[in-house]
Every structure is written in C-alpha cells, then in structure tokens.
Design a protein around this ligand. Structure first.
Ligand code: ADP
Length: 609
C-alpha cells in the first residue's frame, strides 16, 4: 500500500514485462521495498517508446524519470523470472535487479494517523446526526452537568395552569403556602417590613397526596415560572455531576426569578450524611452540600422559593431543616372522607358520568385512597365505559375501576380490610377515651384512622405539655393512655393485635425510665443508672444481676398495672368507647370538638398537673 513509486510510471503486467525485458532496451531494474519493480529504459529506447507520452505530465516529479512499474508477488519468483529471461536470451544484456528501500512518510502518516482520525470523525458525525444535532434529543450526553429541571414558563413552555381550585381539600396546607403566593405576587409589601419569608417549604406526606400539585398551584397562583425535577435527577454515576447540576439549576432559576423550584423526592439527595464513612456516598454528599451552599447563597429578596417533597422527613439531614433552609414543614396526609369527596368532585368534573355517580358515595367506598388513586379511578372508569361504547360512565364502571385499583393497592399493602378498620377504630378510640378521662393525660388534638405514610394505621395526636419535670402520676396516666389502644381491643373483642407495636415500645421505655433512671420505684429505690449506663457503653451493666432482675419485674408490674387500669376504665366507659369508634368509622377523623359533642366536656378540663 502507498509505496511511493513514481507517479511518472506506467503500470504493466507480466506479459508486457517479458516483452520489454526481452527487447534489450532495459537499462536498470530497481526493486523497491521488495514489492514493486521499476524498469528503466535506455535513453535511446525511451525516445521511441510510448512511455514518453504517458509520463509526459508527470515527468520531472522525481529524478528517477519515466519508467514502467510492475507489482511483484513473491520476490524470489520475480528474480527467477529475470534470470530465466537472461538465460533464454543470452544475446541481450539484461541488468540484474537492484534493491532499494524507500521510506515513505506520507504513507504511514495516512495509514496510521489520518485514516483512523478520519474514521473517528465519520463516526462522530454519524452519532451526532443520529442524536439530532446539538439540540437534539440525545444531546444530554454533552450536557451531563446541566440540570434536568423541566421548566413551566409563561412564555416558552406553556404556563402553569394549575391553581388552588384544582387542589381539593388540603385546606390547612393551602393556607400555609398562601403566604408564599402573596409574597411572590407582591414582594415589596414584605421586604418593606423587613419580613423574612421562608426560603424553603418542605411538603411531607405519602406519595400521591398532591404535593407536586400543591407546589404547582403555588406557582400558578403567583404566576411565576416553575422548575420541577426529582432528587434522583441529580444523582449520576459520574462524580461531580450532581453538584454541577445543582449549580446549573440555581443559575437558571436566578435568570427567571421570581420563580419556584420544586424538588420531588428530596430524600434521594437529602438523606442524613454518612455517620460511618464505610457506606457514605460521597457523590450524594457533594450534591447535598452544594444544595446547602446555594440555598444559603441567596436571600428571599431574589424571589426564588424552593419547595421540596418527601414522604419521610425523619431521614433528612438536619442541616436541610435548619432556619434559612427548609424551615417550614407542611404535613400532607391521605385525605379523610370529606377530603376524598372534594377530590372526587374535582376529578369527576372532567369526565362524563351518569347522575347516580356521586362524589360522596365514591368517597365512602375508598378509605385509605390518596388523591392520585382517586384521579386514577375516575380515569379508569371512563376508559372502561368507552370500551363498552357507553356515552357516560355509570356506577358499574366505577365499581370495576375500583376493583382493579384496589387489586393494585392491596399488593402494595396500602389498603385496609373493613374488619381491620374496625379494630383500628376501637384501638384509637381506646387511646382517646383514656386520654379524655385521665386527669394527667395530655390534651387530645385529634384522633384519626386514616393511614399515614410512615406505616401507622391510625393515630391520636396530643398537645405536648410544656413541662420540665413530670410527676409520677402524669407518667402513669400517660402509660395508661398509651396502653388504652390494646386495652380497648381486649375489652371489645377479647383479642389483641399487632397494631400496638409502637405503643408497647413507648410504654416499655417509659416504664424503664421510671424504674431505672428517675428512681420512681419503691422497690428499686431512689437510684438512677442513667449516667453509668452511658459510660458502660451498653456492654456491662452498672448493677448486679439481682437489681437487673428487680428492674425487669418492676417494669413489667408497672406496665401490667396500667394495662389493667386502662381496661377497667374502658369497661366503665364502654358506651363512650363504642360511640367514638362508630363515629371514627364513619368520619375517620375526630377533633377535640367532636369529642366534646359526643361524650361531653373533659371532666378535669384541660387541667395540667
Ligand atoms: P405527590 O407529589 O404527592 O406524589 P401528585 O401531586 O403528583 O402527588 O399527585 C398526583 C395526582 O393525583 C395529581 O396530578 C392529581 O391529579 C391527583 N391529586 C392528588 N391530590 C389531589 C388533590 N388534593 N386534589 C386534586 N387532585 C389530586
């Protein structure tokens, strides 16, 4: 390949070669690089030979002059051939072949450098074209450090057309974010007063409860651009990409301010940073650090409000929750029956339904459903109706849709069977009754049987008391109240369930604290092993086996006493217990006012210790 043999040479084949060599006109035979033979003619022969004409143009290109050339297959064969010709024609002088090695720079250069480069360039071109050019769909490869946020903007990408009207229920949450909306609309009103608006709002709640929707509605109400992306969009296998995406996101946001950035599933980057370096994820930490840096880097006056959603706030790094960052947390729970009815109303508006389909009846049939499940049902129902060529979806279609979705939810363990719901209602009512009638229990705020994201099936919420010392009576009452759930199950059904796990955990801690830390037990005495236990590192007990046994039995006795007390109380108040449980079953949430309505004012009022 690419051997530089004269451009002024005429290529000849084997027969021609024979003829020329035999003619006796050959002056010189030169074998170049053992691959090509150049045949030079004597000057007088050259004159009459047609070669002159052939090589006219190229003549003078190099000083070897016009000549023939022929490609040699095997070198020894070529030599044989020449000697044979010599032997056959002893009268003509045939020069023996001379050998020459010519180094050709151009050839290797082209071979080894330009050629591969050319192929690369071609590939590049093809790949690029495949991806649709610099702005094509595949161009992220080149923009790996850019943020993946989707922007909803009034000009370019269609306005955010979600408003608070589209978000049903969630009244408390809406009220909380109203301030943000108002600030984005008229920032001057706030900055003039020197008010500090929260920079970050964290929406906490199980999936599908409308967190994204609410954030979008805030942008829609305020009429500002809305950037949305998920926490996992930052994380890539390449180091440094996450941090660079965060930087890029904020740079884009600054250009569009005032605006809202919404980060879904912030736990993907915001988890507590590695306590043990063994399994810490440096890339994720870098990303989180960069986010913190950016959040600190702008004041609210810039008009960027960060909203984020997670379904667990407890796994988030404390640094994220500090003042000046996500300092406002809004809980968004699965909707109760009233909330579900409102959500059904929103979604039924967009589909054609028969008059028998009402939001209230559907809400009754869907305990534990989140907003997304409800939107899903409405959509499924009209799909089913359409497949049956109906002009509107009737209750039958909704029932089919319900069955289908419940099937899916059951797999995810999100649904509660009616008899379970019954048990949960009595369990929570048990807590509520105990709390209501025990003098030192904390005042109740609400009790609900709507399942929460973190795996609890229902809960009773109490107002924590502001107190630095707690008396024995208060601790005992609190234990009694905590055991009220299981006690109610026992009183009502003569059976107990696993639903009391976290209650029992709490009670055990309290009992242990009373006996071994606060010295509140007569038989163990006024002793505390708190400090010593800490120093012992948990390996050695700071007390004897005997004391250890005593602590155990006393803990158990205290708990047993309070359990019996709760049972006695509930047997006494059985009528009230049933009243509450039934009301809970139908309304799912009861507030303090409902309890007052149902069972009268709290006997000891809100008397504290
Ligand atoms: P999350 O972000 O909490 O996972 P989304 O906001 O993405 O949930 O909700 C998904 C869909 O469910 C929404 O697009 C909406 O159609 C429906 N949805 C959820 N909550 C509500 C609500 N409160 N009112 C109306 N629709 C809702």
């Amino acid at each position: 390949l690419f051997v530089n043999v004269g451009h002024d040479a005429k290529e000849i084949g084997g027969d021609e070669l024979n003829k020329i060599v035999k003619s006796g006109d050959v002056k010189d035979i030169l074998v170049v690089n053992s691959a090509v033979a150049e045949i030079y003619l004597k000057p007088e022969a050259l004159k009459k030979d047609s070669l002159k004409k052939v090589s006219k143009n190229a003549f003078g290109y190099n000083n070897t002059g016009p000549h023939y050339k022929t490609t040699i297959g095997a070198l020894d064969k070529f030599e044989d051939k020449i000697s044979k010709l010599q032997a056959e024609n002893p009268t003509v002088v045939i020069p023996s072949p001379r050998f020459e090695t010519r180094i050709n720079w151009l050839g290797p250069l082209v071979n080894y450098l330009l050629f591969p480069l050319g192929i690369l360039a071609l590939l590049w071109f093809l790949v690029f074209r495949q991806m649709g050019g610099p702005n094509g769909p595949g161009s992220q490869l080149f923009n790996i450090g850019r943020s993946r946020a989707t922007l909803f903007d009034s000009k370019e990408n269609g306005k955010v057309n979600v408003t608070f009207q589209d978000v049903a229920g969630l009244d408390e949450a809406k009220e909380e974010v109203m301030e943000v909306v108002d600030f984005l609309r008229t920032p001057k009103k706030y900055t003039a007063l020197g008010a500090k608006i929260p920079k970050g709002v964290l929406l906490v709640g199980p999936p599908g409860t409308g967190k994204t929707l609410l954030a979008k509605a805030v942008a829609g109400e305020a009429g500002v651009p809305f950037f949305t992306l998920s926490g996992s969009d930052f994380v890539e296998m390449f180091v440094g990409v996450g941090a660079s995406r965060v930087r890029d996101l904020f740079a884009q946001a600054r250009a569009k301010a005032p605006c809202i950035i919404f980060i879904d599933e912030i736990d993907a980057i915001g988890r507590t940073r590695g306590r043990n370096s063994m399994n810490s994820n440096d890339e994720r930490e870098n990303t989180l650090n960069q986010l913190l840096v950016e959040m600190d880097g702008f004041g609210t006056d810039k008009g960027i409000i960060l909203m984020a959603a997670t379904n667990r706030a407890d796994v988030l790094d404390q640094a994220l929750l500090r003042p000046g960052r996500f300092d406002r947390q809004i809980e968004i729970d699965r909707p109760d029956i009233v909330g579900r009815e409102q959500i059904f109303n929103v979604h039924l508006k967009n589909v054609k339904t028969a008059s028998e389909v009402t939001a209230s009846s559907l809400a009754e049939m869907t305990p534990g459903f989140a907003g997304a499940d409800i939107a899903n049902i409405c959509n499924e129902a009209v799909l089913i109706a359409a497949r049956r060529d109906k002009s509107e979806a009737d209750m039958l279609d909704f029932n089919f849709a319900l069955d289908r979705i419940i099937g899916g939810l059951e797999k995810k363990n999100k649904l509660i069977a009616p008899e379970e719901k019954n048990i949960i209602a009595y369990h929570e009512a048990g807590h509520a009754i105990c709390g209501w009638f025990l003098e030192h229990a904390m005042p109740l705020v609400k009790v609900t049987i709507v399942p929460r994201g973190s795996g609890t099936l229902g809960y009773a919420q109490y107002l924590p008391k502001d107190e630095y010392i707690t008396r024995t009576e208060a601790l005992l009452d609190r234990m009694c109240m905590t055991l009220g759930g299981r006690a109610a199950e026992s009183v009502m059904f003569d059976k107990i369930s696993t639903g009391a796990l976290s209650d029992l955990d709490q009670v055990t801690r309290m009992a242990y604290a009373m006996v071994a830390i606060y010295g509140m037990n007569e038989r163990v005495g006024h002793v505390s092993f708190y400090e010593m236990q800490q120093q012992g590192g948990g390996f050695t007990k700071p007390y004897s086996e005997e004391t250890s046994y005593l602590i155990d039995t006393e803990c158990r006795r205290v708990i047993e006493e309070q359990y019996e007390r709760a049972k006695a109380l509930l047997k006494d108040k059985r009528y009230e217990l049933e009243l509450l449980a039934k009301e809970l079953l139908s309304k799912e949430v009861l507030h303090k006012s409902d309890l007052e309505r149902l069972i009268g004012p709290r006997p000891s009022g809100l008397k504290l210790i």
